[in-house]
Design a protein around this ligand. Structure first.
Ligand code: AP5
Length: 189
């Protein structure tokens, strides 16, 4: 099974993908975590990526797509994958379709986490990651509206989007996710 988590910064993609990973036992692919990995940051492309991240901007598509392409070769992805923060542009969404083409495991579900902006800001400011500064967060929100919101529409058009109210507690949000996942026969692959 392949599932995408999509939502603005601070909407709980990482938190919920980890929970779903525990539930389904399939690989959790967070492009943000991969880009922050010291092994990635040590490369020229990784250093360039970090500059974009610290400015609140998206990393160039080719860099991200290559990282995902490589990661999908790992054995733990054979059973399935949860994509957290990828795809974030239409071009990445099309690349993901190509990567999954012929795998026999197409994308079955896209979970969109919807959270009020004031709450997103509160969560991010209290976490304090390098890119969690007020000005950078505003740019991340802007990039989301500009480049990622069209990806939500793309998957809505494909009929595989489920919107989840992400304003509640982690348990409340996960209950909705579990229901959406169970509805598409989680254990069938
Ligand atoms: P990434 O690491 O993906 O960050 P993000 O999308 O900005 O999302 P966050 O990690 O901030 O939030 P989240 O939705 O995962 O929520 P979380 O569970 O952490 O990307 C960072 C950067 O990398 C991007 O800006 C870009 O530059 C680059 N990048 C990554 N992927 C890319 C791609 N595909 N293409 C191009 N560039 C890419 O929760 C946030 C906080 O809230 C935590 O403290 C958590 O404990 C808390 N929380 C979560 N849920 C709840 C809840 N229900 N109630 C209360 N608190 C909660």
């Amino acid at each position: 099974m392949r599932i995408v988590f999509i939502g603005p910064p601070g909407s709980g993609k990482g938190t919920q993908a980890q929970r779903l990973n525990d539930y389904l036992g399939i690989a959790h692919l967070s492009t943000g975590d991969m880009l922050r990995d010291p092994r990635c940051v040590a490369t020229p492309a990784g250093r360039l990526a970090l500059e974009h991240m610290n400015a609140g901007q998206l990393v160039p598509d080719d860099v991200v797509i290559e990282i995902v392409r490589e990661r999908l070769k790992d054995p733990d992805c054979a059973k399935g994958s949860l994509f957290d923060g990828f795809p974030r542009t239409l071009s990445q969404a099309e690349a993901l379709d190509r990567l999954l083409d012929g795998s026999g495991r197409p994308l079955k579900l896209v979970l969109e986490l919807q959270v009020d902006e004031a709450l997103l800001l509160e969560r991010l400011l209290s976490r304090g990651r390098d890119d969690d500064k007020a000005e950078t967060i505003q740019e991340r929100f802007r990039q989301y509206q500009l480049l990622t919101a069209p990806v939500v529409d793309y998957y809505r058009g494909r009929g595989i989007l489920r919107s989840i109210d992400g304003n509640g507690s982690p348990d409340e949000v996960f209950a909705q996710i579990k229901q959406a996942v169970d509805a598409i026969s989680p254990r069938s692959g």
